[in-house]
Design a protein around this ligand. Structure first.
Ligand SMILES: [Zn+2]
Length: 124
């Protein structure tokens, strides 16, 4: 499968992004006009507003930019767990951590996690 197989009319959808996660692929979008990279599907570039977005495969190794420990989980989920912003080469992605990690620590993409908001990237 190529990354474009997860896009509809060349646009990465939330469903396609989730399907890719389930297949072990971390996808994002890169702006053709300014080069800004995002870790989740958007209708337009968050930096310049361009709608010329390419679906790209994101690096699978990044560093923890910020981390939050969830003490009280929604019903059906076990706490505590850790949610992090992971900085990749150019973009950032919100992810579930396997275990704990400190800011600046290197983490690696390990697949899809089930979260209260739906599937999310998992790093460990
Ligand atoms: Zn842009």
């Amino acid at each position: 499968m190529s990354v474009d197989d997860y896009a509809e009319d060349d646009r990465l959808t939330t469903g396609g992004w989730r399907d890719a996660l389930d297949d072990g692929l971390l996808l994002g979008q890169e702006c053709r006009d300014c080069g800004h990279v995002t870790g989740a599907p958007k209708a337009a570039c968050a930096r310049c507003g361009s709608r010329a977005l390419d679906t790209v495969r994101l690096p699978e190794e990044g560093t923890v930019y910020s981390v939050t420990r969830i003490e009280v989980a929604p019903e059906g989920f076990d706490a505590p767990y850790h949610v992090a912003m992971v900085a990749l080469d150019d973009g950032r992605v919100t992810a579930r951590l396997d275990g704990e990690a400190d800011i600046g620590e290197t983490v690696t993409f390990t697949g899809a996690a089930s979260t209260p908001e739906g599937p999310a990237p998992r790093f460990g």
